[in-house]
Design a protein around this ligand. Sequence first.
Ligand code: IDP
Ligand code: MG
Length: 234
Amino acid sequence: MFARLAIPNAMRGTARSFSTRAGAASRSSRMPLALAATVAVAGISLYARPSLHLEQIQRPIVGAGSDVSSRPTTIAGTFTTPSERSFIMIKPDGVNRQIVGKILTRFEERGYKLVAIKSVLPSKELAREHYGDLASKPFFGSLIDYITGGTPVIAMVWEGKDVIRQGRNMVGATNPLQALPGSIRGDYAVSVGRNIIHASDGFESATKEIGLWFDEKELASYTPAAWEQVMADN
Ligand code: IDP
Ligand code: MG
């Protein structure tokens, strides 16, 4: 049903691939105006950093024109519309800690639509593919062992306006010690190796991850009772 459209280069990287790392935005917001202007003129803009903090990402998103038909549509829905989808996964530590219900409640109460959910005992192959961009990291082996250690993960697809970016925001910084209170990691975790939950970090990764963990026929199409109320902009 969804065409696997190529994602424009402009949409890769900085526009919607963002880090949950804390600190960058607060540093930049404290920067005096004159200094900020100097930095920008010198071409050393903080915005050039490869991983953007959430607060640094401004709308309109690069590549998202006003014409909805021009926005990319994949298994992750249509980018920057209420049909946008993110892959969210409660990791084995979240299941072990018995806080699955609390995490689901956060996404439900925010107004997002649960499109798919399943408990999975991932194979090494699936885990390696999911975390493929981290294969060169020293912790890669132990990360894969942990994810495939016998406790299930809860794989989910959530849908709604800005769900990819907001999902990252709700999850919090990769290192829970830098995650804000109120975020999932900021409320439930203290260790980077046991940070409870995964969330897609951009439209490209949402497309890859939803396609990796789910068959298209597992993704439900329905309208929650309050959907129009929650998504309305007027
Ligand atoms: P993310 O989960 O916030 O997107 P990534 O940098 O993509 O963060 O890393 C993926 C996962 O790898 C993290 O959520 C965490 O479980 C693990 N990880 C990342 N950095 C470290 C580290 O320095 N030590 C151990 N595990 C790490
Ligand atoms: Mg990541």
